[in-house]
Design a protein around this ligand. Structure first.
Ligand SMILES: *[C@@H]1O[C@H](CO)[C@@H](O)[C@H](O)[C@H]1NC(C)=O
Ligand SMILES: *[C@@H]1O[C@H](CO)[C@@H](O)[C@H](O)[C@H]1NC(C)=O
Ligand SMILES: *[C@@H]1O[C@H](CO)[C@@H](O)[C@H](O)[C@H]1NC(C)=O
Ligand SMILES: *[C@@H]1O[C@H](CO)[C@@H](O)[C@H](O)[C@H]1NC(C)=O
Ligand SMILES: *[C@@H]1O[C@H](CO)[C@@H](O)[C@H](O)[C@H]1NC(C)=O
Ligand SMILES: *[C@@H]1O[C@H](CO)[C@@H](O)[C@H](O)[C@H]1NC(C)=O
Ligand SMILES: *[C@@H]1O[C@H](CO)[C@@H](O)[C@H](O)[C@H]1NC(C)=O
Ligand SMILES: *[C@@H]1O[C@H](CO)[C@@H](O)[C@H](O)[C@H]1NC(C)=O
Ligand SMILES: *[C@@H]1O[C@H](CO)[C@@H](O)[C@H](O)[C@H]1NC(C)=O
Ligand SMILES: *[C@@H]1O[C@H](CO)[C@@H](O)[C@H](O)[C@H]1NC(C)=O
Ligand SMILES: *[C@@H]1O[C@H](CO)[C@@H](O)[C@H](O)[C@H]1NC(C)=O
Ligand SMILES: *[C@@H]1O[C@H](CO)[C@@H](O)[C@H](O)[C@H]1NC(C)=O
Length: 485
């Protein structure tokens, strides 16, 4: 038998000593923590208040520990004063609460001109009714950033690119919301300079959040972005809801609405989008850079949107998809007055895949082409590998309806990039004039279940409503692509 009493004594005494040490250490840490906080303010430049102002009243709309107004930091909402410093100071004050419940920054009614600024973790940017954040138009105020690693280049020009008006990197738990306040990029001067080739770098997005997680963007209006409007890059767990995204439908180049790029676990719902390029464009990097970076866009659910894209498409996947795109569901979408409805774009050189894509209950209203898959979309960075072929498969179209569409379907695979496992069920799309070549296919394999209108191309197998094979196609590679209308 063991002598348990001696055994216990040997353990109890050291345990008491350890407790003493821990107790002292905790007291010391607590004191230094408060010291650091005081010093932080003491070291701040003279323009900064000696300590953060007391939280504004009335307090919590959200669940953050402190609530500030932008005016607490000297913000002036007259549309002329530049408020960059006020934003930066407010956000620095909130950063102190990062591990103490976070903070909310209220932007009240008014016009708050600012240069780009960075968000911090555990913060809520709250735009009250009538609040408008205005992006400064002078590009000298816009910081340059290195190209995105999965693109290798600034998208429009080699080398660095402008950052975004509202920016964030390596963040966790950020909310941008409000009572339908507006973030306005005042993009017009950028579009004009871009057209006149006066810019030396790629334009910046309105909002860009990179390498972050647990993000909510809702209940605000985003308008007139210089470039893409909302660009989440390599993020996880994002909710984007209840947004109004606006830009002129013509003459506002590249003002895509939302571009989830190498993102995972994303919900986009209840938005109205009317912009000068794609409403939504899911991406994951460009050719050899995207392949090397290797981060897919996956598990993205998009539902209940109304989209207008007069010069481009309602919802696109690609053309930059070199990290792969999978598990995308697009449901209850109304696309009107647009050039294309739902589109997948890729090319030799992109590599990777687009797979497991579901479109359900999509309404087309006045479009040129409804459903598009295109496998020869050019635009490559220098040094790409044309032998890197993407794999495009498992794409379902269920419940596709609408009127006034010139070409309801154009699925153009190629000998190098055939398209596999395409499924159509329950489609009725009213066509505008021509009756032939309205369901165009080439190098596509898949099936149609039950009656659809217009009738499917001969490339697809035909099944009846009960799922029984009626006719197997032996013409998957026949080509009937006609761009003449
Ligand atoms: C902060 O904003 C709220 C709402 O606009 C207002 O009621 C409150 O008085 C403001 N607080 C301060 C300190 O300005
Ligand atoms: C925002 O943060 C990024 C990354 O740290 C930095 O490159 C950029 O200059 C910052 N922008 C501003 C306006 O401070
Ligand atoms: C939000 O404001 C925009 C215009 O800025 C407007 O079109 C939209 O209907 C508003 N949304 C809500 C929910 O009130
Ligand atoms: C672009 O570069 C040229 C030549 O260096 C310079 O003169 C011009 O001011 C630059 N433009 C902008 C918008 O930065
Ligand atoms: C996703 O983000 C939301 C909002 O920040 C958060 O409440 C939720 O817990 C996160 N989910 C996961 C699985 O991390
Ligand atoms: C969007 O609005 C709906 C209805 O008003 C609300 O239930 C939902 O919570 C909102 N979503 C977000 C993320 O704010
Ligand atoms: C957005 O507004 C809806 C209702 O107007 C509200 O239920 C929801 O909580 C708001 N979202 C956020 C993140 O505050
Ligand atoms: C997909 O994302 C949603 C959030 O939008 C999340 O709740 C769900 O768990 C994710 N699914 C998988 C398989 O990761
Ligand atoms: C769909 O989104 C719109 C806003 O664009 C909203 O008014 C409507 O309530 C949403 N419908 C459902 C079923 O959530
Ligand atoms: C993608 O979908 C497949 C099959 O439906 C599922 O097994 C997988 O977990 C999903 N992955 C993600 C990241 O959602
Ligand atoms: C189909 O989507 C529309 C919006 O485009 C929506 O009003 C309708 O309720 C949806 N139908 C079903 C069965 O979900
Ligand atoms: C169609 O083309 C694909 C790939 O180019 C090839 O693998 C397949 O055998 C062809 N099918 C027919 C029926 O010719």
């Amino acid at each position: 038998m063991l002598d348990t009493s001696r055994f216990n004594r040997r353990r109890v005494i050291p345990a008491i000593i350890v407790l003493w040490i821990v107790g002292f250490a905790l007291t010391y840490l607590w004191q230094t923590d408060s010291l650091t906080r005081i010093q932080l303010f003491a070291r701040a430049p003279p323009s900064t208040p000696p300590q953060p102002p007391p939280p504004s009243q009335p307090v919590p709309r959200g669940y953050r520990a402190v609530v500030y107004n932008l005016t607490d930091f000297g913000g002036v909402g007259d549309g002329k004063t530049v408020n960059t410093e006020a934003f930066e100071r407010a956000i620095a004050a909130i950063k102190i609460y990062e591990n103490k419940g976070g903070g909310q920054l209220n932007v009240q009614a008014g016009k708050w001109l600012t240069a780009p600024f960075n968000l911090t973790s555990r913060m809520t940017l709250f735009l009250e009714e009538g609040a408008v954040i205005l992006g400064i138009q002078d590009e000298r105020y816009w910081p340059l950033m290195p190209p995105l690693p999965s693109y290798g280049f600034g998208r429009e020009q080699a080398g660095p690119r402008y950052g975004s008006l509202i920016h964030g990197q390596h963040l966790k738990d950020v909310i941008i919301t409000g009572h339908n306040g507006t973030i306005n990029g005042q993009g017009k001067s950028w579009w004009t300079k871009h057209r006149k080739k006066l810019l030396n770098y790629t334009r910046g997005p309105l909002i860009q959040i990179m390498w972050s997680r647990d993000i909510i963007i809702s209940n605000v209006t985003l308008r007139d972005s210089p470039f893409w409007t909302l660009h989440p890059y390599d993020c996880k767990n994002l909710t984007i809801a209840n947004l109004t995204i606006l830009a002129p439908v013509r003459g506002a180049p590249n003002t895509d609405g939302i571009d989830p790029d190498s993102c995972e676990d994303v919900l986009i719902e209840n938005c109205y989008i009317s912009v000068g390029d794609d409403g939504i464009a899911i991406k994951s990097g460009w050719d050899q850079y995207g392949i090397a970076y290797g981060r897919p866009s996956t598990n993205i659910s998009i539902r209940n949107l109304t989209i207008r894209s007069v010069v481009s498409a309602g919802i696109s996947i690609g053309s930059e998809m070199s990290g792969g795109v999978s598990n995308i569901s697009v449901q209850n979408i109304h696309i009107w007055e647009s050039r294309r409805g739902v589109r997948i774009k890729t090319a030799p050189g992109r590599g990777a895949y687009v797979k497991n894509i579901l479109y359900r209950n999509i309404t087309f209203d006045n479009l040129r082409v409804g459903i598009v898959i295109k496998t020869d979309y050019n635009e490559h960075p220098f040094g790409y590998d044309p032998k890197a072929l993407p794999d495009i498969k498992d794409i379902s179209y269920f419940g596709i309806h609408g009127t006034g569409v010139r070409v309801p379907v154009r699925i153009q695979g190629s000998p190098e990039i055939p398209i596999r496992d395409v499924v159509f069920q329950d489609m009725s799309v009213g066509i505008t004039n021509r009756k032939k070549h309205v369901f165009q296919c080439s190098y596509v394999e898949g099936r149609v279940i039950g009656y659809i209108f217009p009738a499917a191309c001969e490339n697809l197998d035909i099944y009846n409503e009960r799922g029984e094979l009626v006719r197997r196609s032996d013409s998957q590679n026949v080509s009937d692509i006609d761009y003449s209308f």
